[in-house]
Design a protein around this ligand. Structure first.
Ligand SMILES: Nc1nc2c(c(=O)[nH]1)N(C=O)[C@@H](CNc1ccc(C(=O)N[C@@H](CCC(=O)O)C(=O)O)cc1)CN2
Ligand SMILES: Nc1ncnc2c1ncn2[C@@H]1O[C@H](COP(=O)(O)OP(=O)(O)OP(=O)(O)O)[C@@H](O)[C@H]1O
Length: 199
């Protein structure tokens, strides 16, 4: 297998994602929404920590709306550039986000909605984005290391959201796995839930 390195693979994965058929994306995203909504982790989670999807990312807008309607706490990330960490803010409405860092939709920097990481229960569910995911749950992101830093501390269930066409066997075999990369525990795809395999 050709060793591409993370940055080359990132460019290719971004192109691949943008070239996915819009109707495939819509169908896959609707199926991923159902897979999440029906999972016991989601149903039992009092709090969902999710990215806010932009562009051709797997859609999370529907799950944000559904979770708020169901009375769950929904928290979304605001990137803190200096430390490359994410601050999580509770949303009162799906519309509580504005264009911010790097074209992402982000919550306001407001202490009143800031979530104290120590208060995140183990039953929390994190929905994790990625350009590619492999069978071990490793992900290729946009390259800030934001989610690696988050996952290193997070004690809840981490679920990678990925369309089947964005899965690869092994990022390590592609030369795109680093020592600090943290895998998610499970993947949600349009085919169902998949446990990350231990290599
Ligand atoms: N919707 C969504 N939100 C998300 C993520 C995501 O993948 N999707 N992230 C997933 O991790 C985090 C953001 N990760 C990012 C990592 C790098 C760059 C980026 O383009 N960096 C530029 C410039 C950096 C700068 O200006 O400081 C670069 O590296 O060249 C953007 C976002 C948090 N929020
Ligand atoms: N826990 C950590 N502590 C310090 N540095 C880290 C940590 N995790 C990742 N990094 C560094 O962050 C940089 C970006 O990591 P990587 O390329 O894995 O990002 P990514 O997972 O694709 O991006 P993102 O999480 O933002 O989507 C790397 O230089 C990596 O060494």
């Amino acid at each position: 297998m050709e060793l591409l390195g993370k940055n080359n693979l990132r460019r290719r994965a971004l192109t691949l994602r943008e070239q996915l058929d819009a109707s495939y994306r819509a169908e896959a995203d609707a199926a991923i929404f159902r897979v999440i909504a029906e999972s016991a982790w989601y149903r039992e989670a009092p709090i969902v920590l999710t990215y806010v999807s932009v562009d051709t990312e797997v859609d999370t807008r529907a799950i944000i709306a559904r979770s708020l309607e169901a009375g769950k706490v929904v928290a979304v990330p605001r990137c803190v550039r200096g430390t490359k960490t994410m601050a999580w803010h509770r949303l009162a409405s799906p519309d509580d986000v504005r264009p911010g860092f790097c074209g992402l939709d982000e919550p306001a920097n407001d202490d009143a909605t800031l979530l104290n990481p120590a208060q995140v229960p183990a039953a929390a569910l994190a929905l994790v984005p990625g350009l590619l995911f492999d069978d071990a749950g490793y992900r290729l992101g946009y390259g800030g290391g934001y989610y690696d830093r988050f996952l290193a501390e997070f004690l809840g269930i981490s679920l990678g959201l990925v369309r089947e066409q964005q899965r690869v066997d092994s990022l390590e075999a592609l030369g795109a796995c680093g020592a600090l990369d943290i895998p998610v525990s499970w993947l949600a795809t349009e085919e169902g839930l998949a446990a990350a395999t231990i290599l």
